[in-house]
Design a protein around this ligand. Sequence first.
Ligand code: DMJ
Length: 454
Amino acid sequence: MPDRIASIMLFISLLAAIAMDGCNKPRQDEHAQQVAARVRTEFLRAWNNYERYAWGHDALRPLSKTAHDWYGQSLLMTPVDALDTLILMHLDAEAERARSLIVSDLSFDRDIYVKNFEVTIRLLGGLLSSYELTGDRRLLNLAEDLGNRLLPVFNSPSGLPYVYVNLRTGQTRNPVTNPAETGTLLLEFGTLSKLTGNPVFYEKAKRALVETFKRRSPLGLVGEGINVETGAWTNSDSHISGGIDSYYEYLWKCWLLFGDKNCRDMWNASIPAINKHLADEIRGELWYGHADMQTGKRTKTEYGALDAFFAGLLALSGDLKRARHLQASSFNMWNLYGIEPETLDYKTMQVVARSYHLRPEIVESTYYLYHYTGDPEYRRMGEKMFDDFVKYCRAEGGYAGLADVTSKQQLDEMQSFVLAETFKYFYLLFAPPETLQFDRVIFNTEAHPFKRTP
Ligand code: DMJ
């Protein structure tokens, strides 16, 4: 009998919880819309400062209110990177100004050596996604011209790309690179092939991805440095951090975007090794640290702002359990000083690198987790992070990174990915789902959404 009463009580409390949640939902949605509106206002503020102090240049320096060009002349990094965010936020007049600037002023016929990886994820990625959103053929023409000028990077004995290429002469330089730079190209080059009908882009970038994978150690890990001429590893440190991170991201995403089974198989062969040798459970928390790719020996217990993307990737690949667990650690890292450091020793909880570059990864993972779980906890996390972000990084001339998360001293830096990624993921976390249909796109590593083929 007491069992029966307990069951009835449980049933009643469940009904009450469902009813309560039903009442809370409109309030939660209304609150989310208010946060989305705040994100949009702050994004616009950052963009307006770019327009005011750095128009036509690669990036804004928000403290000195000056402009910065990566290679001495502008490739319009910020407008190209920011354009799809402007479009998604319906900042129509600003988007129109950015688009006109790009189609009238952007030229890749320049005698400069550019970093293939950065130019691919930011410029090629930005042009392709904005083309897909607007149908403006001039953006695709620019992307195709850029793609052709980047192609010589693959002319190495291994097919792995050189780091730099001269956009006018096609000369290449710097043979020592890393998996992120060799393996984070196929979403962009593959999309370019899809949109132009020219298979060469897909083939070259796919080969680079496969050549990276082929060189994994018997344990299934890749290192941090590789020579494209000899094909040999120059650094055997293995991790999911900068220099390797998006190589793994593209293995899984290229399967999703192109249905390339080979990419899925490479991911399936890699993820068990990551979870076996890099994952580290400590105090009941999940982290991913460093290990030697050949021996699997733990080399560092470090994790940082860049690593925080991995929770999102785990969620995207269906491993919600690890994704949630890791996201909790990332949020702990954030809350240590109310802004995440670039690198943390998770064993001692001491900060290793104190800077904060306004990075998007932790926000990106929060967005993915909210999408897959619908758990309001992730919006609460996102709101806390956004409040901190505004509190410490808002500057008179835009948004500024921090030189030191402990003192909150600001840095004269607002990289283009702040507008391409950080603000976009904050916005999408709170905006109504129809703002961008998550399941219809795959984001490149710079948050440029590419349409999935139906
Ligand atoms: C961005 O350019 C990309 O997200 C890249 O994959 C890693 N670094 C920055 C953001 O932190």
